[in-house]
Write a protein of this length. Structure first.
Length: 287
């Protein structure tokens, strides 16, 4: 063969050999990386003892309770733990309002941040054996008397929740969140068997909020408005009933000692306009 042809064949052979060597190097280094990574995950980032579990923010939940509730076994590969699943297990098993779980690598440890539940009101619920006394936290969760012995209380617990039910938890949490703006003297939150929600306050008397549906935030807004704007002569006049089933047309009934009564329709707070901003609230009055 001519010398040029032989030279080209030799170059092609050398290039094929170089590509094979590079492929071999890639396979070797990839295998070593995978092996080292596996050893690091399985052996290096491992919880070997309970002391590697950090529990922060709780005055009543211990490390042993967290380990038991999360079902941890030692040694435990750190990367095999799913923080969201661990947090969900802890929320269901421990008397806490919030749980945050984090995996820390250097040094390997599991950090669990808790917020203890706090009783904010007394509560009564209906059971097959009759009324049961207990407490509720700020999220509307039920706290039994036995559970209350191990947690903190917020305030004097003068507020009473009657007719607690798990399906009302979201509505109860909304009312408790707005407790400060509803005005002083909120004494009772009542859920009737038909689901109707009532409030009892020292200023406004009994307030019917109707079903705890999507209009509940608007009804609570009207309650706060009436608490601020009703004339002093109308506040606390027994017996008194405010019906906010339709929050845009609140109805107020006043009674007197002689048995006769009068009806009034106070003005609800106006809704903010899209262009003109929030108008000045109209004073409450009678028609």
């Amino acid at each position: 063969m001519p010398p040029g042809v032989l030279r080209r064949k030799e170059l092609r052979r050398q290039r094929r050999g170089e590509r094979l060597r590079q492929l071999w190097r890639i396979l070797v280094f990839s295998g070593m990386s995978v092996g080292l990574g596996y050893l690091l995950l399985r052996q290096g980032w491992t919880l070997r003892e309970p002391n590697q579990v950090e529990v922060l923010g709780s005055a009543v939940v211990s490390r042993d309770q967290v380990i038991t509730a999360a079902g941890l076994r030692f040694p435990q590969p750190l990367m095999a733990l799913q923080p969201r699943l661990v947090a969900s297990d802890l929320m269901g098993a421990l008397p806490v309002e919030q749980v945050k779980v984090s995996r820390l690598m250097l040094p390997p440890r599991l950090r669990v941040e808790l917020k203890d539940r706090e009783a904010v009101a007394r509560a009564v619920r209906r059971t097959d054996r009759g009324p049961e006394m207990g407490f509720v936290d700020g999220l509307g969760n039920w706290i039994s008397i036995r559970q209350h012995m191990g947690i903190r209380s917020q305030g004097d617990l003068s507020l009473l929740v009657v007719g607690w039910n798990a399906r009302h938890r979201s509505a109860l949490a909304q009312v408790l969140k707005e407790r400060e703006v509803l005005g002083p003297g909120l004494r009772e939150i009542r859920f009737e068997p038909d689901g109707s929600l009532w409030l009892s306050t020292s200023q406004l008397g009994r307030v019917r909020l109707g079903p705890p549906d999507a209009r509940l935030p608007r009804r609570l807004e009207v309650v706060a408005h009436l608490s601020r704007t009703l004339p002093a002569t109308m506040k606390g006049a027994p017996p008194q009933l405010i019906d906010l089933t339709d929050p845009e047309q609140p109805e107020l009934s006043l009674g007197n000692r002689g048995g006769s009564g009068s009806a009034a329709r106070p003005s609800p707070p106006p809704r903010p306009g899209p262009a003109t901003g929030s108008p000045r609230p109209a004073p409450a009055g009678t028609q």
